[in-house]
Write a protein that binds this ligand. Structure first.
Ligand code: PEP
Ligand code: MN
Length: 444
């Protein structure tokens, strides 16, 4: 059994991106409360997901991971969760058909409430306040009161995550995820939107495949329910530590706040607290790798986080930017491959492609997102490795946060429905388009 260092030991390492709480007694009380709360996910479910990610690492499955940049407590409504889930399920059907391998479905949800920031402070019209660090830490409202970190929010996040997961479990096993139904939503998209018409041919092929299955009387369980898993960035140490428990079956520690947790680009220092904590838990885990990552960094992270070289344990989520992936990614993949390391390679085509529009909104170009995924496929194909999946920030709603796509959203459109409290997300139509375009890449 591997032991977990206590919180004080982790904090002594000087972890980046942690809230500065004004009142330690209030922190202790929130952590004590969290430690009594039941697990949000079970260790056995984490193991199941690890098995599926092992198939991704071997090139026998494809990962679709997506959801908000930052969930909000106010966003825990039936409509919001359902719309997000629906678009992910629609994308998964298209990708499964094209990839001809299972698609592992993982939401960035039920825990994605804490954000690393490039600056501790935010200035608006001459007023400077602490930056918003996600609803797990402080309030989005630009007032001194809202921006004070409040540890009780961690308990609120736990409750919001429990409510979200409950709904997701009900939707995915209770008939909402029925394959016929999901396919009908896709054909509606193809028929009713001018953007969708470009994808008519593939939707038609899926239609014929389903009709064939029906004709021969095939109706497996998998047509009526899906496996869906939760994930978030493991950022606030108090929360992740309090949710780390010893599994009674195996005597091993699991972070039961989500099935899959990842370490962000800003907290992946080898000798610091996030890597230390996640090296001890048995969940499948990820690390974001940006353009400053050296091949040696990747090797050292794999040695520390996956010393037994277990397939499915470690996913490298690369986020280079469309302009850098074709030059930046090959040295990492080559060295990791040469070292014989078992990792799943996944492309986050969002975080290397963010810029500020002339209107002042943070945005991303749809074409850059697609170009980075294409670059990711090109690199892996040329090196003989498997492009294992995509990690995207998206919503099921018709927001206007990323520019471009078939609807040709412009800078001027951004203000009409910009709802993200952090990074810009693909909207419903852009997400479906991405799925069809990635499907075309998978088929080539
Ligand atoms: C994120 O996933 O929202 C994020 C902050 O990513 P990264 O750590 O890659 O910057
Ligand atoms: Mn983000």
């Amino acid at each position: 059994m591997s032991t977990i260092p206590d919180l004080a030991t982790l904090h002594a390492l000087g972890p980046a991106q942690q809230p500065t709480y004004p009142d330690q007694a209030a922190v202790d009380s929130a952590v004590a409360q969290l430690r009594t709360m039941p697990p949000l996910v079970f260790a056995g479910e984490c193991d199941e997901l690890k098995g599926k990610l092992a198939a991704v690492a071997r090139g026998e499955a494809f990962l679709l991971q997506g959801g908000d940049c930052a969930e909000t407590l106010a966003g825990v409504t039936a409509d919001n969760v359902r719309n997000k889930l629906r678009v992910l399920l629609q994308m998964a059907v298209v990708l499964t058909y094209a990839a001809s391998v299972p698609v592992v479905k993982v939401g960035r949800l039920a825990g994605q409430y804490a954000k690393p920031r490039s600056s501790d402070l935010e200035t608006r019209e001459g007023v400077t306040l602490p930056a918003y660090r996600g609803d797990a830490v402080n309030g989005f409202e630009f007032t001194p009161e809202a921006r004070v970190p409040d540890p009780q929010r961690l308990v609120d996040v736990y409750n919001a995550s429990a409510a979200t997961l409950n709904l997701v479990r009900a939707f995915t096993t209770g008939g909402y995820a029925d394959l016929r139904q999901v396919h009908t939503w896709n054909t509606d998209f193809v028929r009713e939107s001018p953007v969708g018409q470009r994808y008519e041919e593939m939707a038609g092929e899926i239609e014929r495949a389903l009709t064939f299955m029906q004709a021969i009387g095939a109706d497996p369980d998998e047509f009526h329910r899906v496996d869906f898993h939760s994930s978030h960035e493991a950022l606030v140490l108090e929360y992740e530590h309090a949710m780390t428990r010893i599994d009674s079956r195996t005597d091993a520690p699991y972070d039961v706040s989500g099935h899959f947790v990842w370490i962000g680009e800003r907290t992946r220092q080898l000798d610091n607290a996030h890597v230390e904590l996640l090296s001890r838990i048995r969940n499948p885990i990820g690390v974001k790798l940006g353009p400053t990552t050296t091949p040696d960094d990747a090797i050292a992270l794999a040695a520390k986080l996956n010393p037994h070289n277990e397939a499915g344990r470690l996913t490298f989520i690369t986020r280079f930017g469309a302009g850098r992936i074709r030059d930046g990614l090959p040295p990492l993949v080559e060295k990791v491959k040469a070292a014989g390391l078992e990792v799943a390679w996944v492309c986050d085509p969002m975080h290397g492609n963010t810029f500020e529009a002339s209107s002042g909104y943070k945005t991303r170009r749809f074409d850059d997102v697609i170009d980075e995924v294409q670059g990711f496929f090109d690199v892996h194909r040329s090196l003989g490795t498997w492009p294992g999946g995509v990690h995207v920030e998206l919503t099921g709603d018709d927001v206007t946060e990323c520019v471009g796509g078939g609807e040709e959203l412009t800078d001027m459109d951004l203000s009409s429905r910009y709802e993200s409290v952090c990074d810009p997300r693909l909207n419903r139509v852009q997400s479906l388009e991405l799925a069809f375009l990635v499907a075309e890449m998978l088929r080539k």
